[in-house]
Design a protein around this ligand. Structure first.
Ligand code: KIV
Length: 289
């Protein structure tokens, strides 16, 4: 089925055939006026159509993050994530959403070499998925690329602070911005990306004063993750928020413990199968009133 065609038949794939009007990138950017975002922006990650359907009514933005490498594929970091993976999951999320702006991470190695490489990658992502924007990691070094993309109709979300694709250079996933020099560099990175035309910036894993300095320094919305409640919006990896993993980053609030609940349901099912008390189709069938 095409990404752009809405199938209104009631099915497992389309349980609610009631499309909402989709937000736009300019509408997201316009939420920050003269340095203030009255209504904070809500963003969550989504990698599948069904999760997108569930999250979409509550979110301004859905991020198809390259965190899918770890969350979906069990990879040790985001570095091995491919463009094919991002396009496949990106189009599923666009199919499953009607309201939120969908943003897709450019995977490591697909955009850093040159602005032209970044444009080719972004064009493929936007054409194949129907998403509205891409996200890329990096600050001053990526400013020329952000400007190149923005000038050619590709909305770009920046990502500064702890940038997981640079884990080998950073030496781990520890919070950034503790020393004066590192703090100043993160603010300069955010400024460079914002001035180059990013419509919003994710700031990840930085100490609170640095996040707040970035919010004050740039005109576009700043979306925090492990940063500060004073950011213009927040993002979480949905699977972390749901408690689907035993280990989550220290800055993540777990809103549920779904791992335990899924395990409990699987144990219940296994018990019924093994004791031959599994219900028959006749027992399950409920005639419509
Ligand atoms: O890949 C991702 O999910 C992200 C978020 C953590 C912001 O970049």
């Amino acid at each position: 089925m095409s990404t752009f065609q809405l199938d209104t038949a009631i099915s497992r794939a389309h349980p609610t055939p009631a499309p909402m009007k989709r937000l736009t990138v300019p509408a997201i950017q316009a939420r920050k006026v003269d340095g203030t975002t009255t209504e904070p922006l809500v963003m969550l990650t989504a990698y599948t159509a069904r999760m997108a359907q569930l999250l979409d009514p509550h979110c301004d933005m859905l991020l198809v993050g390259d965190s899918l490498g770890q969350v979906i594929y069990g990879l040790p970091s985001t570095l091995p994530v491919s463009l094919d993976m991002m396009c496949a999951h990106g189009s599923a999320v666009v199919r499953g959403s009607y309201h939120a702006v969908v943003i897709i991470d450019l995977p490591f190695g697909s955009y850093e070499a040159s602005p032209q490489a970044a444009f080719e990658t972004s064009a493929r992502v936007l054409k194949e998925t129907g998403a509205a924007a891409v996200k890329l990691e990096g600050g001053e070094a990526m400013a020329e690329t952000v400007a190149f993309l923005a000038a050619r109709g590709v909305p770009v979300m920046g990502h500064v602070g702890l940038t997981p694709q640079a884990v080998n250079a950073l030496g781990g996933y520890a919070a950034r911005g503790r020393g004066d020099a590192e703090a100043a560099k993160i603010v300069a990175d955010a400024r460079a990306v914002a001035e180059a035309g990013a419509f919003a910036i994710v700031i990840e894993g930085v100490v609170e004063p640095v996040a707040e300095a970035v919010v004050a320094a740039v005109a576009c919305p700043v979306i925090g993750i492990g940063a500060s409640a004073k950011c213009d919006g927040q993002v979480l990896v949905t699977d972390d928020m749901l408690g689907l993993f035993e280990r989550t980053p220290r800055f993540v609030k777990r809103y549920d413990e779904l791992a335990q609940r899924i395990s409990g349901v699987a144990a219940h099912y296994a018990g019924e199968v093994r004791s031959r008390s599994f219900p028959t189709a006749d027992q399950l069938y409920k005639p419509k009133p």
